[in-house]
Design a protein around this ligand. Structure first.
Ligand code: HXC
Length: 519
């Protein structure tokens, strides 16, 4: 028997690496490209800074020996795992390889994911998962299920310690969809991403409903109907860029502060157009995004869940280079009312910002909580309470800007002084009251209106009287519920100064495992 030379061994190693890197082979790669998808490795190349990716567990092999698996070679067991740098910051990752057994996840595939999740936790660096697979590998049965359980367990351990981002670039079906659901952000790629617990075939068999996979679990469905998707991407490159952009606002872990990116125009800035932005008639709507964009650093707004519950706006921005989380009512959608979905959307975002030391700036123009039988039956009390809980439990710096209406419970829920706002700033146009003038006049002047000969005129007079007395910021300011009343044009300056002066605040709360948030 001849000995292998060192050269032979190196060549053998090279061949093995080459084969593994080819995944499921040329034909499957062609099919992947034809579907408008990058391969798992191409995605990582696009995500990480050049030459920074370190692949770990490349030689991992499945050990299943039933149902034909004994003869199957599954390169890298269908998932690429490792770490790399994004703008110089380390991130751990996995990228499922659909060309290998449809990216399905068996025991070793899942072990690889768990290994890199453990490293992300130990090192305090973000974790990004790129999903493109058929869920638990059916042939590996309970081992595959157990592996998923271990991933879910780690998603929960990582939660609140390091940011977790999921990119859905292909199918993400069955129980497997719960792993992304446990992460902080889900970015779905239009046309190719599909997320559902049971697909169209099973639904047809069980309930008789007929639906396409895209209608059931495509990116726009989850962005608009279920609220599962936080960002929608046009294609794989777009999704990877969105993940990078998202990371730019976030610290690597809960013990760090978010990175600061100063730009040329990071001045205090006065914007006279803000003095003219509100319509004189308070019943007329305007786009709150126009206000936000005039106050933050130019081009720094990344809106999250743009298409879900559009009556509330959430997103990240920078102000004088510093990351902030923005929560704002949106008057052009249902007058900016707080309903079930808006409350869920905002509460989760508020809690994310609290986990990762991102100060919150809240812009208020809210007529109240949404009235209606459907809202009451579906639990507006339970869901609305999430907003109160989230703001009250949040200890990051909190600044509230009351732009216009701030009525009733919704005034409190939008981070009033009583919910722990560190600085409440009001525009002279702010109206802080128990309820809107029209509703209030009907209740407190009911007798007078009924008794009047000209009921309509009496109503108009009473509404005007109420507005005169209550629709302003001065009564609230008189009770110290407002720290400052400012000219709208100076809002940027006031937020920057407020942030500078409260950024160091420390708030102590009684020790406990965790509060019992209404879910
Ligand atoms: C093993 C799988 C697989 C799976 C796909 N494949 N899903 N192998 N286990 N879960 C294999 C196929 O056999 C095929 O192998 C290759 O991947 C590509 O699949 P195709 O069906 O040819 O591709 P396509 O038509 O694009 O459809 C992709 C798909 C479909 C939508 C993902 O394959 C599908 O519906 N798969 C099953 C999805 C599912 O129900 N998963 C839930 C599993 S249970 P060859 O050898 O032909 O290339 C689960 C529970 C987890 O996930 C619980 C955690 C709590």
């Amino acid at each position: 028997m001849e000995f292998s030379t060192v050269n032979d061994k190196i060549n053998l190693y090279r061949k093995k690496v080459e084969k593994i890197k080819l995944g499921g082979g040329e034909k499957k790669i062609e099919k992947q490209h034809a579907a408008g998808k990058l391969t798992a490795r191409e995605r990582l190349d696009s995500l990480f800074d050049p030459e920074s990716f370190q692949e770990l567990f490349m030689f991992s092999e499945h050990r299943s020996n039933i149902m034909g698996m004994e003869n199957k070679e599954l390169p890298a067991d269908g998932v690429i795992t490792g770490c790399g740098e994004i703008n110089g910051r380390t991130v751990y990752t996995f990228s499922q390889d659909f060309t290998v057994a449809g990216g399905s996840s068996g025991e070793m595939h899942e072990k690889k994911i768990c290994e890199v999740m453990d490293m992300s936790l130990k090192c305090g660096v973000p974790f990004i998962g790129i999903n493109d697979g058929g869920g638990a590998r059916i042939q590996e049965g309970v081992d595959a299920l157990s592996g998923y359980g271990q991933i879910f367990f780690r998603n929960t351990l990582l939660s609140g310690v390091v940011p977790q981002i999921s990119i859905i670039a292909g199918p993400c079906a069955g129980g497997a969809a719960y792993s992304p659901a446990l992460t902080d952000f889900i970015i779905m790629v239009k046309n190719n991403a599909k997320m559902f617990i049971t697909g169209p075939e099973v639904i047809k068999a069980v309930t008789g409903e007929v639906i396409t996979d895209n209608e059931l679990g495509g990116a726009m469905t989850h962005a608009t109907v279920s609220g599962l998707a936080h960002l929608v991407a046009e294609n794989d490159h777009d999704a990877l860029n969105l993940a990078k952009r998202l990371l730019s606002y976030l610290p690597s872990n809960n013990l760090e502060e978010p990175p600061v990116y100063l730009t040329d125009e990071a001045s205090l800035g006065k914007d006279e157009s803000l003095n003219r932005i509100l319509p004189d008639d308070t019943k007329i709507a305007y786009d709150m995004r126009d206000i936000i964009k005039k106050i933050i650093d130019k081009g720094s707004f990344l809106e999250i869940q743009e298409f879900y519950a559009p009556n509330i706006i959430i997103g990240f921005a920078r102000i004088k280079g510093r990351s902030i989380g923005i929560v704002a009512n949106q008057p052009i959608c249902s007058a900016g009312v707080l309903d079930i979905n808006a409350s869920d959307k905002a509460a989760r975002f508020i809690r994310f910002c609290n986990c990762f030391n991102i100060p919150l700036v809240t812009f208020v123009d809210v007529p109240g909580f949404m009235p209606g039988v459907e809202q009451e039956y579906n639990g507006i009390i339970r869901h609305g309470a999430k907003m109160l809980f989230a703001y009250s439990a949040t200890i990051v710096p909190k600044i509230t800007v009351i732009v216009r209406k701030a009525y009733g419970g919704a005034y409190l829920a939008m981070c009033s002084k009583d919910m722990g706002a560190d600085r409440v700033i009001a525009w002279p146009t702010a109206e802080i009251a128990v309820m809107g003038a029209e509703g209030a006049a009907n209740i407190i002047f009911r007798k007078e209106i009924k008794a009047a000969t000209d009921k309509k005129q009496e109503y108009i007079n009473r509404v005007a009287e109420y507005k005169e007395k209550f629709a302003n910021p001065y009564i609230a300011a008189g009770r110290n519920f407002i720290d400052e009343i400012i000219e709208p044009a100076n809002t940027r300056k006031h937020i920057i100064r407020a942030l500078n002066s409260i950024i160091t605040k420390r708030e102590m709360r009684p020790p406990k495992k965790h509060g019992n948030m209404p879910l």
